[in-house]
Design a protein around this ligand. Structure first.
Ligand code: 6R9
Length: 655
């Protein structure tokens, strides 16, 4: 990508977005953080984080040095300190008299519910800690977690953290091969799974994939603990497999947490690179807990005694780690956890949950918002959403139309939207508005958080002036940063620290607008080159979704003999699209993109499809669409949330 890439005409469209929504006076007056926090953090970044670490966490042993950056890019935060994540998430709240506060309102897909207080959750985690220890798991051992969105997932993660074991959560949607390669890479001793779960009203299994993953010898797993969730029949390997209910019943509910070194590994989470085997992103304890807790409080303006918080992310994704399993509990919040899909048994399920629990902070992904747009605003309109006061977005750029819909339809035109940019690697939110301070702009994540040094640089690594684009980088170490790639420190250096001298390269394109606010433009590998003009997939998708017929769009660059690459768009139409007889949606949408961005951006093809291929974290798998666009068989689609999507698309295109 050259510098014109992000200066070109294609980006003018987003730059024309001029709406701004300042916080209301009332919101600003009672917000957790005020404008002065930026200056405070700028005055001394490490001192700022040291203050946060001491204010937000209870340390078993105070740290001596906030940051050791003597061996970059290997950072050490809060050196010499000792802290226990589970104690901070649980025991201390109980000790402070908050044992009866609800930690988790669990809502199962079939409609079963469970209300779990901090006292209950603490006891469950203590039992699990004892149970895992009795199975021979000790500090530093790795535990693979292959569970659905049920409370046992959080219990397992916190029990591991309590005893210093390192969890490696693998998406329930991943195949047995994916599970095996992650088990092998981390050399996991224990696997925690469930018989299965429910998806769209039907039982969906997990345990068979574990059996398959472990069928061939040569693995390190000694035991598999199985939660009974959907009651399906499962195969049983005597001696290896154990029932969760039995091992928990046999375990003592007493367990004393001890502090672990601030840099003790907390978890590994695998994320796919563009090529090669998945990278095991390694996070450690003190810095990770500090930044996740701080951002959760500052960005969502969390008021733990009154808010009901709901993050819809699966625990198999980093958002489910930082903003379901850790930060909300560290901060003593009450949260909703939902097992299933948003349209089971009906398309109003999410809004029914919001109404039922009076959810006040909702954190979800643009893909979900666009799906809800597709289903139509009449559905949320049937529910009382007046409890909502802050809305969050994460996972991909949110196009201004979806942003406005989110604000108007879900946030009743009032709730501030915080678009949060971060990555598995960053561990916690890095760029986001502060809801009581920032005048928000539809489609922009806007400002690096206090204490975070994010910048946009050109090819040569120089900061770009306002109004220009380039690459998103991080200039200074941050507390929740990944510490390495599990077992491969060289790959850690090469992947993130070799592109620009002394800076972390995130792999995202971004631009600064005239106010210096940051707009994310998608992965740099999503940038297309059409006849020498650089176009961003995000830009064109945004233009397509701005058309009233379009619910969702995915754009890829397909190899083209003449133009290098050609733009191919896949769109899902809205249920309520008013298309007249004889009107051709493809032609209308091509013209619309031409009008919105310029003729150069007009897709060569606009294909109307029933679904888009997505990972379980909601990211569109453009690689598969590119295969279709270039006439290849899209091969391995096993990591998709719904593996049949590609067949549906292929069948549709043959019609
Ligand atoms: C938290 C998470 C990271 C990649 C990241 C970027 C994209 C995430 C975004 C966003 C624009 C946002 N991304 N949040 N792009 N605006 N608010 O998603 O982690 O799964 O590791 O993905 O997601 O491209 O580089 P992860």
């Amino acid at each position: 990508m050259s510098q014109e890439t992000v200066k070109g005409d294609a980006f003018e469209n987003l730059l024309r977005e001029e709406r701004q929504f300042p916080p209301s006076k009332e919101f600003a007056a009672s917000a957790n953080v005020q404008e002065g926090i930026y200056a405070e953090a700028n005055a001394d970044r490490t001192a700022f984080w040291a203050d946060q670490a001491r204010a937000l966490l209870t340390w078993s042993k105070d740290f001596e040095t906030a940051l050791d950056w003597s061996n970059p890019p290997f950072a050490k935060w809060f050196v010499g300190g000792e802290v226990n994540a589970a104690y901070n998430a649980l025991d201390r709240h109980v000790e402070n008299g908050l044992g009866d506060r609800v930690a988790i309102y669990f809502e199962g897909e079939p409609g079963d519910t469970e209300t779990i207080t901090y006292a209950d959750l603490t006891e469950r985690v203590k039992r699990a800690a004892n149970a895992f220890e009795s199975l021979g798991v000790t500090k530093g051992d790795r535990v693979a977690v292959y569970l659905p969105m049920i409370p046992e997932a959080v219990v397992t993660m916190l029990a591991c953290a309590r005893i210093g074991a390192v969890h490696s959560v693998v998406f329930g949607g991943f195949s047995s091969e994916a599970l095996r390669s992650r088990i092998d890479d981390a050399e996991a001793k224990l696997v925690v799974t469930a018989d299965g779960t429910y998806r769209r009203g039907k039982p969906s299994s997990l345990k068979p994939a574990v059996d398959e993953a472990l069928a061939e010898d040569g693995h390190t797993v000694q035991h598999v603990v199985v939660v009974k969730r959907n009651g399906q029949d499962v195969e049983w390997t005597e001696g290896r497999d154990l029932h969760w209910s039995e091992v928990m019943a046999a375990a003592s509910p007493e367990h004393t947490a001890v502090g672990h070194d601030s840099e003790h590994p907390l978890f590994i989470l695998y994320t796919s690179g563009t090529t090669g085997k998945p990278k095991g992103i390694l996070h450690t304890t003190g810095g990770y807990l500090t930044q996740t807790a701080f951002t959760h409080s500052a960005v969502f303006d969390l008021k733990p005694d009154t808010d009901v918080y709901w993050c819809t992310a699966d625990i198999g994704w980093v958002t489910g780690h930082s903003y379901v399993a850790y930060a909300p509990l560290i901060n003593g919040a009450t949260q909703v956890m939902y097992e299933g899909t948003p349209d089971s048994p009906h398309q109003g399920r999410w809004w029914e949950i919001v109404e039922k629990y009076k959810v006040s902070i909702l954190y979800t992904a643009p893909t979900a918002i666009r799906t809800m747009m597709k289903w139509g605003q009449d559905i949320p309109a049937k529910y009382d959403l007046s409890s909502i006061r802050v809305l969050g977005s994460v996972g991909e750029p949110i196009n201004p139309e979806a942003w406005m819909w989110y604000r108007e339809v879900i946030g009743h035109g009032k709730a501030p939207i915080v678009d949060t940019w971060w990555q598995t690697e960053t561990g916690a939110i890095m760029v986001a508005p502060l809801p009581g301070v920032t005048a928000t702009k539809p489609g922009s994540a806007q400002v690096p958080l206090p204490g975070i040094a994010v910048d946009v640089v050109d090819e040569a690594g120089h900061a770009v002036p306002n109004g220009h684009g380039g690459f998103l980088v991080i200039r200074e170490p941050w507390p929740a940063m990944l510490r390495s790639i599990w077992g491969d420190p060289e790959r850690f250096k090469d992947t993130y620290w070799s592109r620009f001298e002394g800076m972390y390269f995130a792999g995202d394109g971004a631009k600064k607008d005239d106010d210096g606010d940051i707009w994310l433009l998608g992965r740099v590998d999503d940038v297309m080159n059409v006849s020498g003009h650089r176009l961003s997939t995000t830009e064109i998708e945004s233009a397509l979704v701005s058309h009233p017929w379009v619910a969702e769009a995915a754009v890829v660059g397909a190899a083209d003999e003449t133009t290098g690459q050609a733009v191919v768009a896949f769109v899902i139409l809205r249920g309520e699209a008013q298309i007249a007889e004889g009107e051709d949606p493809s032609a209308v949408l091509r013209a619309h993109v031409g009008h919105e961005i310029g003729p150069i951006a007009k897709p060569r093809h606009v294909l109307v499809v029933p679904e888009l291929p997505k990972t379980r974290s909601g990211k569109i798998m453009r690689r598969l669409l590119k295969d279709v666009a270039e006439g290849r068989d899209p091969g391995d689609a096993t990591t998709l949330a719904d593996p049949t999507v590609m067949q549906k698309i292929a069948a549709d295109l043959r019609k």
